[in-house]
Design a protein around this ligand. Structure first.
Ligand code: ZN
Length: 134
């Protein structure tokens, strides 16, 4: 399946997140002083304002917390319908990752579904998408 997605602009803060898929790793920024996870990646902890933050490799599994199904074809190359979901990642409290659920019909996705990350490479970016675990 090929879906045209808007690619993020890589910078020092978000590079670990967007390129971790090259090693099959989902990386979430974490404060080393208070252990809060920080997403989207920022150079400053949102909890204690520490600058002692660095990426941590997380499990890459989680649960669909909320989702919507998009039926609108925003441009000709877009395949519809597709699912936009917020995934609560295992072992990453406080973070909901906005992503797409792929690999199954959109109408089969539901809140509470167990999912795991897969990576879709586009140029030097590895988009973390999720598929259901049966
Ligand atoms: Zn902190």
């Amino acid at each position: 399946m090929s879906v045209t997605r808007a690619l993020p602009r890589l910078d020092a803060d978000n590079r670990a997140f967007w390129t971790g898929g090259a090693e099959g790793e989902l990386r979430i920024m974490r404060c080393r002083d208070c252990e809060t996870f920080i997403h989207p990646p920022r150079p400053l902890c949102r909890s204690c304002l520490s600058e002692n933050v660095s990426p941590e490799v997380v499990a890459g599994t989680g649960v669909v917390a909320t989702y919507t199904v998009n039926y609108q074809k925003w441009h000709p190359a877009m395949e519809v319908p597709f699912v936009v979901a917020r995934v609560a990642l295992d072992g990453v409290p406080g973070v909901l990752l906005t992503t797409n659920i792929v690999g199954c019909p959109a109408e089969e996705v539901d809140v509470g579904d167990r999912v795991r990350v897969i990576f879709e490479q586009q140029d030097d970016v590895y988009l973390p998408l999720f598929e259901r675990i049966d």
